[in-house]
Design a protein around this ligand. Structure first.
Ligand SMILES: [Zn+2]
Ligand SMILES: [Zn+2]
Ligand SMILES: [Zn+2]
Ligand SMILES: [Zn+2]
Ligand SMILES: [Zn+2]
Length: 157
């Protein structure tokens, strides 16, 4: 009778210990699964300069893709020497009919085909250029404390 009592007591102790270990009071900590124990996770943040696009407006053309033609100063036309009178305004002692005696004629600008604008040499006409703050990535991963474990890297099992 006494012997059985001892065996039962030992069993009770074992069961109690087992329950105790599984219970919250003896919580074991393990590596946080969210951050793999680093305590930090990477969080993508959009670049503040380009808003996540990776591109910003070209600073030369302000996003238009065009720049003013330097040859005609944006007028689309330019004065060139009259070919009939070689700039003298006179042919055979008479007023040159080609230039009305001015010695020069106004021609459409070759450089810009008379538009006064050229494709922007900086951005190639796209109006956009790569954001220098994020190197065109649109943002970057920042290390932030893990929410799951409060930055400790350990959580209760
Ligand atoms: Zn964590
Ligand atoms: Zn002429
Ligand atoms: Zn021009
Ligand atoms: Zn440009
Ligand atoms: Zn950017």
């Amino acid at each position: 009778m006494r012997r059985i009592f001892i065996v039962m007591s030992a069993a009770a102790v074992l069961i109690t210990a087992g329950l105790f270990q599984a219970g919250p009071a003896m919580a074991e900590t393990v590596n946080c699964g969210n951050c793999a124990g680093n305590g930090q996770v990477e969080e993508w943040k959009d670049c503040v300069k380009c808003g996540g696009t990776g591109n910003v407006s070209c600073i030369r053309c302000n996003g238009s893709g065009n720049e003013r033609c330097g040859m005609c100063m944006g007028s689309g036309s330019m004065d060139v020497q009259c070919r009939e009178c070689y700039g003298t305004g006179r042919v055979n002692d008479e007023i040159c009919g080609s230039c009305d005696g001015r010695g020069k004629v106004t021609e459409s600008c070759n450089e810009c085909s008379g538009t006064g604008n050229k494709i922007c040499g900086r951005c190639g006409g796209t109006g956009q250029e790569t954001c220098t703050m994020c190197n065109g990535q649109g943002g970057k991963n920042w290390k932030v404390p893990c929410q799951e474990c409060g930055g400790t890297g350990r959580v209760e099992r």
